[in-house]
Ligand binder design. Structure first.
Ligand code: NOJ
Length: 543
């Protein structure tokens, strides 16, 4: 591997095994999300690929995560970062081939890591053979697999694309077709049984190659109101998720039967799992997707969308614990992903944003459930400024530049301080520009710095692996002023308190027990109290 992880010994990890023999691995897993295009470029063309990811697996094992979810690796039309798929049972040649993916699975497994793929069932690319056949012949069987409406002056209803503008575009022969995202992403009609049958083939194709499951894109979509009635209200990107205002496009009851069927397929492949992207405002609705016979998990996006405030974080944690607890599913916590501004920037930027991101990481990694870590968050990357002329995200273009888009959290990962930050194996123009000063966040630098964000993550992950009260068990949430406390208790009665000072004044915390870890290296303690600086979290083991 190219990076020298100088001061910290590479841990020897067992072959893939559950954390405890009685609990499935995914209930408490730390899953590392790799945006393939931006992670590591193994063939020197400026685009991240499977060879690059394979070369960095030892880094992920050293970091201490359990599984790797990779964003779409399929041949794609390139309109939405790979979420417009042309062939679901192939690998985009830019990333490698199916043999590379099989090698990735095998090499990961040898290091104790599992591979989770992204699957995109709500829409295909407009270049998908089905859509091409549907364009050529309105009476073809393929046309029935999408939502077409006859030519008319006005679109069939008031639905909006989440990327901006109407959700209907015209075909060259004047028909309307539905796309809840970009026009290059026509929505599938899940009322046609051929659609379900084809996705079942796709799942088995990859499960037969040893993957450990799927992250399911837009899992709350798929079915639309059968009468395509108008939505009562407008979509707003600032909401926690969709609610009654968008009731006709999302969360139709029929969708749950798809997840029951997919669950039964996964049950044929022990140890595999489904995690759904369910962007609904009500956490109780989100949790319903993780009932015992549906998907194993659905993301909890509340912390990802919460401002830095004790009320918002406490509510986010409590509401998720309650909602998922009610269906017997673990919460799948998310602080960052490829669709949101980086935490450091969201939480205020600079030193304060970094301190808050460190504290938030300790909170998330203490909580019972699985935790999803977006590549680069362990380095404390800020949201990068991408010049407009280099941008790729359709959100930027479809909003006429009003929304900046998501490119700033998708720039190449910095591995070392060389001019190309070690992203490519040889000098190459990266597909998105590397920001000035990016070398300061490089893995090779941080791995030698005991105070770095990277070492904080590594320590936290090692403690989480070792301590039964971290990442599983029960949690209770309390607040006092700007201080948030989550007390996590394991089945054996041992407990860890995660205390987060979200205010701007130092706070004194009663400290029975041992400080396992602090997000700020200047935390001071006397025998009875810990002085917790602003924007800081600690883990206190009780007993
Ligand atoms: C959610 C994905 O996370 C996002 O990146 C994508 O643009 C949309 N789904 C559409 O597939």
């Amino acid at each position: 591997m190219a990076v020298r992880l100088a001061t910290v010994r590479t841990a020897t990890r067992p072959q893939v095994a559950a954390r405890t023999s009685s609990s499935p691995w995914w209930r408490s897993a730390v899953v590392y999300q790799v945006y393939l295009r931006s992670f590591a470029d193994g063939n020197g063309d400026g685009i991240g690929d499977l060879a690059g990811l394979r070369s960095r697996l030892p880094y992920l094992a050293w970091l201490g995560v359990d599984a790797v979810w990779i964003n779409p690796h399929y041949p794609s039309g390139g309109a939405d970062g790979g979420y417009d798929i042309v062939d679901y049972r192939a690998v985009d040649p830019e990333y490698g081939d199916v043999a590379d993916l099989e090698a990735l699975v095998a090499e990961a497994r040898a290091l104790g890591l599992r591979i989770v793929l992204d699957v995109v069932p709500n829409h295909t690319s407009d270049r998908h053979p089905w859509f091409q056949a549907a364009l050529a012949d309105p009476d073809s069987p393929e046309a029935a697999r999408y939502h077409f409406a006859p030519p008319s002056e006005e679109p069939p209803n008031n639905w909006q694309s989440l990327f901006g503008g109407p959700a209907w575009s015209r075909t060259p022969d004047g028909r309307w077709y539905l796309h809840l995202f970009a026009p290059e992403q026509p929505d599938l009609n899940w009322r046609d049984p051929a659609v379900a049958a084809d996705f079942e083939r796709t799942l088995r194709f990859w499960l037969d190659r040893g993957v450990s499951g799927f992250r399911v894109d837009v899992a709350y979509g798929l079915f639309k109101d059968a009468g395509l009635r108008n939505n009562p209200g407008a979509y707003s990107p600032t909401l926690f998720g969709h609610g009654p205002e968008q009731a006709m496009t999302w969360n139709q009851p029929e969708v749950h039967d798809v997840w029951r069927q997919w669950r039964s397929i996964c049950d044929e492949y022990p140890g595999t799992m489904l995690v759904g992207e369910v962007c609904l405002a009500d956490p109780r609705e989100v949790a319903l997707y993780s009932r015992p016979d549906e998907m194993h998990q659905s993301f909890s996006f509340r912390l990802l969308k919460s401002p830095w405030s004790v009320e918002s974080f406490a509510d986010g944690v409590r509401s998720a614990l309650d909602a998922f607890g009610a269906v017997g599913a673990p919460v799948s916590w998310v602080l960052g992903n490829h669709d949101k501004d980086r935490q450091v920037t969201r939480f205020g930027g600079g030193a304060v944003g970094t301190a808050r991101a460190r504290a938030a990481a300790l909170l998330m990694l203490a909580l019972p459930g699985s935790a999803y870590v977006y590549a680069g968050d362990e380095l404390g990357l800020p949201q990068a400024v991408v010049p407009d002329e280099a941008k790729r995200d359709p959100i930027f273009f479809r909003s006429g530049g009003a929304r900046p888009g998501r490119d700033g959290c998708r720039v190449p990962m910095p591995w070392n301080p060389s001019p190309g930050v070690g992203f490519s194996t040889r000098p190459a123009e990266p597909w998105l520009p590397v920001p000035d000063g990016w070398d300061r966040y490089a893995v090779s630098r941080q791995s030698r710095d005991g105070g770095s964000m990277l070492i904080l993550y590594r320590r936290a992950l090692a403690l989480r692996e070792a301590h039964p009260a971290l990442g599983s068990g029960e949690a209770t949430v309390s607040t006092r002023g700007d201080v948030l406390t989550v007390r996590c208790t394991a089945a054996d009665g041992s407990a860890v308190r995660c205390v987060v000072n979200m205010g701007s004044e130092t706070s004194l915390v009663r400290s029975r027990g041992t400080v396992l870890l602090a997000s700020n290296t200047s935390v001071r303690r006397s025998s009875a109290t810990v002085a917790l600086p602003p924007h800081t979290a600690i883990w206190l083991a009780e007993g």
